[in-house]
Design a binder for this molecule. Structure first.
Ligand code: DGL
Length: 256
């Protein structure tokens, strides 16, 4: 089987890696919209337009399921995409909330892009399941541009954690990484805050895929990366951050 995965950029690769680890035989078409990154500062209309274009692109590539490996696009576009397209489309928020509920956390932090936080989608999804969970949300927009420069540890990440997370650290037992890019800095965060349990949206979304998986076999799945911005920059980032070499990277021009 063949699945589609999309994000604005590197964050989606953390989801792709998880899918490859769990289902190595599955073919994957990945779309990274690095030309229009960051998604986290865009309007709902913009994100809806981009997401529709990418979903059509992936359907043309004959995928049978789509993972929105992006919390921002999940927050701003998932409901509409599910209504408009006739294939399973999986977002990040419900799988994360399932995990929170199963762990019985009471005091939860959320770090995410400005658009995700402002959409209130995590807040609503959590309150719908359990009104007693206390959620502290923080928009953390500087992480994405830094991570897209290939920086996932060291003094800049530590300082951003000080600015963004220190204020909530004594009030929460668990922290949602509500942006798939943040999966690349999970080690830095958990080293700095060892008592806080991390809930990683890049991992939780892949658990939701299980019910759509079929046609398993022993062959190694093919992966194609379609990138709207610089292919060279993407190639060097996935090598530096994930050690991925010899990836099949193509131009992802969806505006023609
Ligand atoms: N990785 C995305 C997310 O999960 C978007 C990051 C961005 O482009 O701002 O929200």
């Amino acid at each position: 089987m063949k699945i589609g995965i999309f994000d604005s950029g590197i964050g989606g690769v953390t989801v792709l890696n998880r899918v490859r680890y769990k289902y190595p035989d599955i073919d994957i078409v990945f779309f990274g919209d690095t030309l229009r990154l960051p998604y986290g500062e865009k309007t709902k209309e913009q994100i809806l337009t981009y997401s529709r274009e990418i979903v059509k692109f992936l359907i043309d590539k004959e995928v049978s399921v789509i993972l929105i490996a992006c919390n921002t696009a999940t927050s701003l576009a998932l409901d509409e995409l599910k209504n408009e397209f006739n294939l399973p489309i999986i977002g990040t928020i419900d799988p994360v909330v399932d995990k929170l509920i199963s762990k019985n956390y009471n005091n939860v932090g959320l770090i995410a892009t400005s658009s995700t936080v402002n959409s209130n989608k995590y807040f609503e999804a959590i309150k719908n399941r359990n009104k007693d969970i206390n959620l502290i949300s923080k928009a953390t927009p500087l992480f994405v541009p830094v991570i897209e420069e290939g920086i996932t540890k060291g003094p800049i990440i530590d300082e951003l954690c000080n600015v963004y997370i220190d204020n909530m650290k004594d009030k929460i037992e668990s922290l949602i990484l509500g942006c798939t890019h943040y999966s690349t800095i999970e080690n830095s965060i958990s080293t700095k805050y060892p008592n806080i349990e991390i809930v990683n949206s890049s991992f939780e979304i892949v658990d939701e895929l299980e019910k759509y998986i079929s046609d398993r076999n022993n062959k190694k799945g093919k992966v194609e990366f379609y990138i709207s911005g610089s292919q060279d920059k993407f190639r060097s980032n996935i090598k530096k951050i994930f050690g991925i070499e010899d990836a099949n990277i193509y131009g992802g021009n969806i505006n023609v």
